[in-house]
Ligand binder design. Structure first.
Ligand code: NAG
Ligand code: NAG
Ligand code: NAG
Length: 478
């Protein structure tokens, strides 16, 4: 490779070995290969010396050689990556050099690289921004034939993200805890029988749903009821809600809306609106919203999920805390009792102006897919939806976007469903339908951490610089 080996080179190599950067990390993927939509993560620091780091994605070829499906060379000292797909010989080498600038790749600087696996190309994100889309070479093996991922000369490993890791990466530290010691106050005005609340719920205990938010119109833009939807804090700056809560940005542009956190008594301008014994509410501007790019309202809300970035982040207290993201699709089984909450209608004939003042809560049971299919036939989409209720308790209009949380033995609450749709409210034969959060963990990870996304509307979650394009680079002596 080198014509002459200079002392400077030897010195550089020795130095870099001394910095323990010569480590190799291998992931054996034989039997699994790579699957479309896998995300690989390589998190490390760039070497201090001129020694590059390498990431190889390999598959065996017919001639028994190991083909690199992708070879990526990271040259910290030169602030660039060089990427290649396929064998590159004898056909003209398809090598791309991406000059990224020292603000992205610099010696000794930490970086996070994500590679989104697609069937024809790999999207390479560095520190959250798409930097390059590598088209797989025509002579490259198929992604499901990949047997090995390897990182050389690096202090950080590569891994394939899965539901467990998405959940870990998305969940806030100390998420999912609430308090249950404060009794509902007398001023909620509950005159009717207990069965009249959420539908069939009760006034919740203040602090028992600290992740619940109210998405509402700002007072100057409000005609009638300001509360539009519920939502769930998953970190101090992010709220998960339903896609259909943003069905009409013409009517409700983000600038006319606000997210109220830490709320209990959901009416403005009364002595209880800010009663510190039951709430610590705060109105926060919306920075941006990402709705699922395949969200559809008809025939029933599908891919009904969105994530809101708050303009200022919340300081957690006993009335404001995040829920955890679930760790996998089998964490909670049908038959499990889970919690719903919201300021929505108490029955299906309620007008929005009659929505309850105090946050309502109820316990419902997750139904089996078979029960949900029986209730809704083809309108119920396995994998994307779940349904749940009890004979009396259900969600209703105005509860949309809010949480269905389930908890484990140590009383940690996980966002298992997002209130989505139903037929009527409180009909025992028609359970409420919820977006199945575990199906969208990867989507949430991408929406929150990787940019740009297809078909974003309104502003991007991140305000990143435009990606710098790679130069087509065919070095003569490579
Ligand atoms: C998910 O990935 C982690 C780390 O790479 C691994 O330890 C774990 O076994 C994986 N979990 C599943 C369910 O595949
Ligand atoms: C629905 O709830 C409202 C009070 O919020 C009540 O006035 C009305 O009678 C209820 N309707 C039915 C059908 O129960
Ligand atoms: C967003 O980007 C624009 C243009 O690059 C810049 O002028 C603006 O200051 C940025 N805003 C924030 C909040 O970083």
């Amino acid at each position: 490779m080198f014509q002459t080996v200079s002392l400077a080179w030897i010195f550089a190599i020795l130095c870099s070995l001394g910095e323990s950067s010569s480590t190799t990390f291998v992931v054996d993927t034989s039997g699994r290969g790579l699957v479309k939509n896998d995300i690989l993560e390589w998190s490390a620091r760039t070497n201090l010396a001129r020694i590059p780091s390498f990431l190889y994605i390999r598959a065996p070829a017919s001639n028994r050689r190991m083909y690199p499906l992708m070879k990526l060379e990271l040259q910290g000292a030169r602030n660039r990556i060089i990427v290649q797909s396929g064998l590159a010989r004898p056909s003209p080498p398809s090598i791309m050099l991406c000059a990224l600038g020292e603000e992205v790749i610099a010696p000794g600087k930490p970086f996070k690289m994500h590679i989104l696996v697609r069937s024809e190309d790999f999207q390479i994100f560095i520190n959250g921004y798409l930097k390059y889309t590598l088209k797989l070479a025509h002579d490259a093996p198929l992604i499901d034939k990949v047997t090995k991922l390897a990182v050389y000369n690096s202090d950080g490993a590569v891994r394939i993200l899965n539901d467990t890791t998405y959940s870990e990466l998305l969940s806030a530290p100390n998420c999912g805890f609430n308090i249950n010691s404060i009794k509902p106050p007398p001023f909620c005005g509950s005159t009717g029988p207990v069965s009249e609340r959420i539908v069939g719920g009760v006034e919740s205990r203040p602090g028992s749903h600290p992740w619940q938010v109210s998405i509402r119109t700002k007072p100057v833009f409000t005609i009638g009821q300001p509360h539009i939807c519920g939502g769930t804090l998953i970190s101090n700056c992010l709220v998960v809600t339903a896609g259909h809560c943003f069905y009409s940005l013409k009517e409700y542009p983000l600038s006319k809306m606000i997210v109220r956190v830490g709320d209990y008594y959901n009416r403005d301008g009364t002595p209880h609106s800010r009663d510190p014994t039951v709430e610590n509410s705060e109105d926060i501007e919306i920075e941006s919203v990402i709705r699922h790019e395949r969200y559809d309202l008809f025939p029933t809300p599908t891919n009904d999920i969105a994530v809101i970035k708050l303009r200022t982040c919340v300081t957690f207290d006993k009335f404001k805390r995040p829920a955890c993201l679930p760790t996998g699709r089998n964490q909670f089984r049908p038959g499990t009792d889970c919690g719903i909450s919201g300021w929505g209608a108490l029955n299906s004939t309620d007008y929005p102006t009659e929505y309850p003042a105090c946050l309502q809560g109820a316990i419902i049971e997750i139904k089996t897919d078979r029960q949900c299919k029986t209730a809704f036939q083809e309108k119920y989409l396995l994998k994307k939806m779940m349904c749940a209720n009890t004979d009396t308790a259900d969600t209703c209009q105005g509860d949309s976007g809010g949480p269905m949380t389930c908890h484990n033995e140590d009383n940690r609450h996980f966002l298992w469903g997002v209130t989505s749709w139903g037929e009527g409210c409180g009909d025992a034969k028609k359970p409420g339908v919820y977006t199945r959060v575990t199906t969208y963990l990867r989507w949430l990870f991408m929406a929150i951490n990787l940019s740009p996304q297809p078909q974003r509307f309104q502003k991007d979650v991140k305000n990143g610089s435009k990606p710098k394009y790679c130069h087509n680079y065919v070095p003569a002596d490579f």
